[in-house]
Design a protein around this ligand. Structure first.
Ligand code: TRH
Length: 362
């Protein structure tokens, strides 16, 4: 089968991150011929500098689009709407291609109801289906590689300064710049336990810099006089290396959609910051995920995690009080993370679910 995936970069890395993972998996695990139409290749080059070496054709999205033939399956990522001349060609094709809109991820209950719904095109003889990723069997599932599992390989290398230091908590910090970083750093200072926090470029680095000023020494910021609590700037890693980093850390701060899902496959304790949206849509997403994720979690761990996540996504005023409780529960959260990964692994991964969905509609 030939697949065309359309992706517009709205901002950040999530749109491309998801589209690229899907494209790669369809090609590698479902023998699909995949073309990824991108309006901006720059973020992909960061996620996978070697993208040209993969069996996915990355093509420039131009208006009008230059293409030979319409694919058997057309995926538009996040409602990006394929160009008009391509839509016209889809309508002329007999039979028309299967056309799906890959939606944003949410754990909210309504997702099950909307997953798979059809929407006839207002002008053209085409039908689009809505495909919702999700956390239950009645949704489209989550992106998960069958073939490449992230392992905490070369833990010391990944943890920046090469020191295996069992007493230290290793943390990765991928967040938006609205995160209450000053409060988090105050919490870490007050707790005075050794921490190495790895800070990727972009918003996490800019926000850390805004909170603390420029890094004082070559390997980052020291939060305490003895240098036990350190923030270490790291380069932007390829997706695969980032997965490895998540698996190697004791705690991961993640955001948006794709890093959030990867943190769950890494099965380490994590703190999530959903993409900030209008009308508190992110607040609803956060509450819905917390409900699912904390079901069956030991009570103290659930209380500590829920309170910390809420404050991390709010003013952060309580973080100094909430941090010691979260830290104390990290072992319980790691065990829960393993169970959660097993639970999620029992459902079809998103690429397989898509293939089945399309096959059922031939
Ligand atoms: O970059 P994001 O904020 O993307 C967001 C969300 O997807 C959001 O839902 C969407 O509306 C918005 O984009 C437009 O966060 P996300 O989803 O976690 O994507 C980050 C990607 O970057 C993910 O694929 C992991 C990858 N990554 C690396 O490959 N290397 C790195 O070093 C880091 C920090 C991230």
């Amino acid at each position: 089968m030939r697949w065309d995936i359309f992706c517009r970069v709205i901002d950040n890395f999530g749109d491309v991150g998801v589209s690229w993972r899907l494209a790669r998996q369809l090609a590698a695990e479902h023998a699909a011929t995949v073309r990824l139409w991108l309006d901006d290749p720059a973020p992909l080059a960061k996620l996978e500098p070697d993208f040209a070496a993969f069996p996915v054709e990355v093509a420039p999205w131009q208006n009008p689009l230059r293409f030979d033939a319409v694919a058997d399956v057309v995926i538009e990522a996040f409602g990006c709407e394929p160009p008009e001349n391509y839509l016209q060609a889809m309508a002329r094709r007999a039979p028309p291609p299967r056309w799906l809109n890959l939606e944003y991820l949410s754990a909210e209950d309504w997702v099950e109801e909307f997953h798979g719904l059809a929407s006839p095109h207002p002008r053209l003889p085409l039908v689009k289906h809505f495909f919702f990723p999700g956390f239950t069997r009645k949704t489209g599932g989550l992106l998960r590689e069958r073939t490449r599992k992230a392992a905490p390989a070369r833990r010391e290398d990944l943890l920046a300064d090469g020191q295996a230091d069992p007493g230290r908590l290793n943390v990765s910090l991928f967040c938006y710049d609205v995160a209450p970083l000053s409060a988090l750093f105050a919490a870490w200072r007050a707790a005075a336990r050794p921490i190495r926090c790895l800070v990727p470029p972009g918003q996490p680095f800019a926000a850390t810099r805004a909170a603390l000023g420029a890094p004082r020494d070559a390997d980052g910021w020291r939060l305490d006089a003895a240098g036990q609590i350190r923030l270490v700037p790291i380069p932007f890693l390829s997706q695969h290396r980032y997965d490895e980093l998540l698996a190697a850390c004791d705690l991961n701060f993640v955001r948006g959609e794709d890093s959030f899902v990867r943190a769950q496959w890494a099965a380490r304790p994590f703190v999530w910051q959903p993409y900030p949206q209008e009308n508190d849509a992110h607040g609803h997403k956060l509450a819905a995920f917390l409900r699912r994720y904390t079901a069956g979690m030991p009570r103290e761990a659930k209380t500590a995690l829920t309170a910390f996540w809420r404050d991390w996504n709010g003013a952060g005023e309580e973080l100094p009080r909430l941090w010691p409780a979260l830290r104390q529960r990290l072992d319980a959260l790691a065990r829960h993370g393993e169970n959660w990964r097993l639970h999620l692994s029992a459902q079809d991964d998103l690429a397989s679910a898509l293939v089945k969905f399309c096959a059922a509609r031939v």
